[in-house]
Design a protein around this ligand. Structure first.
Ligand code: IFM
Length: 441
């Protein structure tokens, strides 16, 4: 597959990058005035994290940021997608800002610019300040206004230097895994709460965009959604209906409000009395124009009304997360979005795979990860050939890191991290990506 694509197949101004998030790599969870986040708290609850780990040290990026930026530069990418830890810059999520926290991100952003890297900033990659959770977190409408204030302060300090600002990373995950399934922070299990949380996340996104534009922020503004290509497992009417509902709950519930200003009627009916409380004007605020829509794609979903679909019978490779490797799903997803919506430019803000790696003679021959990335880049190109406007692609992830409830057991990095020594080693996938990016037109 690697031979089939080359960088010249993409437009000259296409942005190539790598991505991380604050809680997953920074560590320094209690340093220089940082406040606690819901993930700091969640990690302390016995049984929540597979290897009983936490984000206290992680990849120690808070201290190793300079050499990590050198590493990114060495890969030859154009851009680095990172997130701000809200409690690092505003320990209680409201009130006073933490100068030392902001100083870290100022150094980081300036360090990117000095190296010719474009900063792609995310405001919320899940680490809500604990003090806000104590007041109900995202289920409390007051959090919306706190987020808008936080976003405004970040944009005031960094907005002139960053290329892009994303409000939320994967609101579905925060809502569903955090508040319905409960296997992610803050560990709540209620469908009604989940729906109110999702609404407040979308509302805070739209209000933040409007506020940032009003204060003259020039960065490209948008949101990042996790999306799948959902297919019926069989041709049966029941499976087709299940696919429509699954797609409605996972994709349309987020994309419709953002791009059409309404919740999908069929899904609203399905949720019944659990539907969120929506105040007059909310939907217009949510539908604030997007400069970009970020797509995080990892796998296809097969919907079945009966027995669960047998992934092992698919014949496709399966990652360490138990996710099917299915690049045509990315093409199908993008083409479908293009067909069903009036889209802003798309960014593939995350794409990558967890596999168990072996270090042999200081090398990691991660053939499956390399093939995953190459085949998905080819799938993006295929969608572009079919008319979809895609402006960039970011590998998830730069580094092996804290994979949430899976702890450090799952490795997504194209760079291996030895957690005992913090040594970084470029895996073959990183070397391949670098070689791919070197092929200038
Ligand atoms: O590690 C996560 C990331 O934080 C959000 N998107 C999915 C990745 C892999 O699970």
């Amino acid at each position: 597959m690697t031979a089939l694509i080359s960088k010249p197949d993409f437009p000259k101004n296409f942005t190539w990058g790598v991505a991380t998030s604050a809680f997953q790599i920074e560590g320094a969870s209690n340093t220089d005035g940082k406040g606690p986040s819901i993930w700091d708290d969640f990690c302390r609850v016995p049984g929540t994290i597979a290897d009983a780990s936490d984000g206290v040290v992680a990849c120690d990026h808070y201290h190793l940021w300079e050499s990590d930026l050198d590493l990114i530069t060495d890969l030859g990418v154009d851009a680095y997608r990172f997130s701000i830890s809200w409690p690092r810059v505003q320990p209680l999520g409201s009130g006073a800002f933490n100068e030392a926290g902001f100083a870290f991100y100022e150094r980081l952003v300036d360090g990117m610019i000095a190296r010719g890297l474009k900063p792609y900033l995310t405001l919320n990659h899940w680490d809500l300040p604990s003090a806000l959770q104590a007041q109900g977190g995202w289920a409390n409408r007051d959090t919306v206004q706190h987020f808008v204030t936080y976003a405004g302060e970040v944009a005031r300090r960094l907005g002139d230097r960053v290329t892009s600002i994303c409000t939320h990373n994967e609101p579905w995950v925060v809502a569903v895994l955090g508040h319905e399934v409960g296997n992610f922070a803050p560990g709540i299990k209620s469908r009604a709460v989940m729906l109110q949380v999702a609404h407040h996340l979308l509302l805070s996104h739209g209000m933040a965009l409007t506020a940032l534009r009003a204060q003259g922020c020039k960065a490209s503004l948008g949101i990042v959604l996790n999306m799948s290509h959902t297919q019926a497992a069989t041709e049966s009417e029941a499976d087709k209906e299940q696919a429509r509902l699954d797609d409605g709950k996972g994709l349309r519930w987020y994309v419709d409000p953002l791009l059409k200003g309404e919740y999908p009627a069929d899904v609203l009916e399905h949720f019944g009395t659990d539907a969120p409380r929506v105040l007059p004007g909310d939907m217009e605020l949510i539908a604030a124009p997007l400069d970009f829509l970020g797509v995080n794609y990892y796998f296809r979903c097969m919907a079945s009304a009966g027995a669960p679909w047998d992934i092992n019978a698919s014949g496709h490779d399966i990652t360490d997360m138990g996710w099917e490797v299915y690049p045509p799903g990315l093409t199908a997803l993008l083409v479908r979005l293009h067909r069903d919506y009036s889209l802003p430019p798309i960014l593939i803000t995350e794409n990558g795979a967890a596999f168990q790696d072996e270090m042999v003679d200081a090398q990691v021959h991660d053939v499956r990860r390399q093939s995953y990335i190459a085949s998905h880049i080819a799938a993006v190109r295929e969608a572009m050939q079919q008319g979809v406007v895609v402006d960039g692609y970011f590998v998830w992830s730069l580094l092996d890191n804290f994979e949430w409830a899976s702890g450090y057991e799952k490795r997504f990095g194209i760079v291996r991290v030895d957690y005992d020594t913090q040594q970084r080693t470029l895996k073959d996938s990183a070397l391949w990506y670098r070689g791919f990016l070197e092929a200038r037109p």
